[in-house]
Design a protein around this ligand. Structure first.
Ligand code: AHR
Length: 507
């Protein structure tokens, strides 16, 4: 058994927990919308076609903000196609995902669904094939009260009150050669600046996210952010980050260390933002919207699925990237959440991509059931329990050797302290595949605490690290009690199982 030690001090905090850190993403892609959140005729659908079984799982998981309608999809989308009487809406091809889009579901339907799910909407505009005019007309349609062409059209279409959408993405992944209407950093930086200006002239209260790099491995990473922000720093509030991780060739050790990459990626973007801030003598601070992150087998997508999609011809809501998540994936998701929380002073928004079916924590079958994937659990626990201040941790742990990242700490942790309730919550992963970790959490300046609940997500009895929640075995992997966690002499003592992500609640 290895020994790990975490020191927490009430006086060493990072920031308030940004509640928008627990965001998700609904794209018109595969079966996220159609047969995901929306399936008229499903036995569990209401009169609007909203699947109540899926909605119940979404509410249980607790996302606070949801990005919509894409993703790559948005770069070829005309939002006007998705409003007005459904029978008049055009059927279009979606080039991004080689799909037929019926437009049966659009902005009004999403706003209604989001209200029911009790989530904030983060609306993305198309800066691939469209520009300033579309950007400002959509803000007017959504947020202007009445008495103008676009606002009155919204009212005519059934929404008397403005949608009042505060958070907007200025396009999606426009640095990517795959993106419809992709751009150079200068082209995009100027377009983002002018679109932002025009949008804020319609509604000065909105917050805007500029497109950052699609990933840390993009050849333009760093210079893209620098150029875009040099143009648009004054007009935008956030710059986006996207990252997807996967296990390569059975190298689980490196996969379990991917939060090291996420930490470094975030630190790099902070450095670039602050360099532009300093050089431009700006006083305001631009923060980060990590608006796509998750585990995703992109090798399979690029080598197999994308070829199949092209061969299959044009279909409505085909199955796309419906990755099945196992125990290992869920522990990695837990460590990625830890990394985001540790950076809550600068990462103010984060969206796990996506919500249902498409690389998602929730799965649903057409005319069939809906269930929780393994990755549902770390998200649900952290969204529910991370409250108050984020604590700065000192971690001392044995090293695990990895091919991608060299030696990494065997444990990965984040923690919060809620002054109002006095609760401290520690989120901690054991990255070792075979060794338990004997954990000590020293509590400084936090007296009288005891463990009120301790749970872990780990390999279930009779399973292995590949065990997943399938349609037929929906509940194989879930949080189970972490036996024996207790406070002894002002320190938490717990034994973390190998390959686990645990939550220890103290009150
Ligand atoms: O989430 C799936 C896709 O990944 C999104 O559409 C795109 O933005 C990213 O490349």
């Amino acid at each position: 058994m290895s020994q790990a030690r975490i020191t927490i001090d009430r006086d060493f905090t990072i920031a308030d927990v940004p509640r928008r850190l627990f965001g998700s993403f609904v794209e018109h892609m595969g079966r996220c919308v159609y047969t995901g959140i929306y399936e008229p005729g499903h036995p569990q659908a209401d009169e609007r076609g909203f699947r109540q079984d899926v909605l119940a799982l979404v509410k249980e998981m607790g996302p606070t903000v949801i990005r919509y309608p894409g993703g790559n999809f948005v770069s070829g989308y005309r939002w006007e196609d998705g409003v007005g009487p459904v029978e008049d809406r055009p059927v279009r091809i979606d080039g991004a995902w080689h799909t037929i889009e019926t437009n049966a579901f659009g902005l009004h339907e999403f706003m209604d669904w989001a209200k029911e799910a009790d989530v904030e909407v983060m609306e993305a505009i198309n800066l691939g094939t469209r520009g300033v005019e579309e950007a400002r007309s959509l803000v007017e349609y959504a947020n202007h009260p009445s008495g103008t062409y676009w606002s009155d059209l919204r009212r005519k279409n059934g929404a008397e009150q403005p949608f009042d959408i505060k958070l907007w993405c200025l396009g999606n992944e426009l640095d990517g050669p795959w993106q419809i209407g992709g751009k150079t950093a200068t082209e995009y930086g100027r377009l983002a600046q002018e679109s932002a200006k025009a949008m804020k002239l319609v509604d000065p209260t909105i917050e805007l996210v500029a497109v950052g790099s699609s990933g840390r491995s993009m050849p333009t990473f760093g210079t893209w952010e620098h150029t875009v922000l040099t143009h648009a720093y004054d007009e935008v509030d956030f710059i986006s980050m996207h990252a997807y991780y996967q296990e390569h060739d059975g190298d689980a050790e490196s996969f379990l260390a991917e939060s090291v990459d996420m930490d470094a990626f975030i630190d790099g973007v902070i450095a670039t933002i602050d360099a532009v801030k300093a050089a431009g003598k700006h006083t305001k601070q631009v923060d980060i919207s990590f608006d796509e992150w998750n585990v995703w087998d992109q090798v399979k997508f690029n080598d197999v699925e994308s070829v199949e999609i092209a061969k299959a011809g044009w279909k409505k809501h085909p199955r796309l990237i419906e990755d099945t998540y196992n125990v290992t994936d869920a522990v990695v998701v837990g460590t990625l959440l830890n990394s985001l929380l540790r950076h809550g002073d600068r990462v103010k928004i984060a969206n796990q991509a996506q919500l249902v079916n498409v690389i998602a924590p929730i799965r649903s079958e057409e005319n069939g059931p809906a269930w929780r994937q393994t990755s549902f659990w770390p998200f649900e626990r952290m969204a529910r329990l991370a409250k108050g201040r984020i604590l700065r941790l000192a971690v001392s742990a044995p090293q695990i050797e990895t091919t991608r990242y060299g030696g990494v700490d065997a444990v990965d942790a984040a923690a919060t302290w809620d002054e109002e309730t006095g609760r401290v919550v520690v989120f901690v992963a054991n990255r070792s595949l075979d060794e338990e970790s004997d954990l000590t959490v020293e509590l400084r300046g936090l007296t009288g605490l005891r463990v009120v609940n301790a749970e872990t997500l780990t390999i279930p009895e009779g399973g292995d690290r590949h065990t997943a929640n399938l349609e037929t075995t929906q509940d194989s992997v879930h949080m189970v009690p972490l036996a024996g966690a207790e406070v002894v002499d002002g320190a938490v003592r717990a034994t973390l199982p190998p390959l686990s992500w645990s939550v220890i609640e103290l009150a």
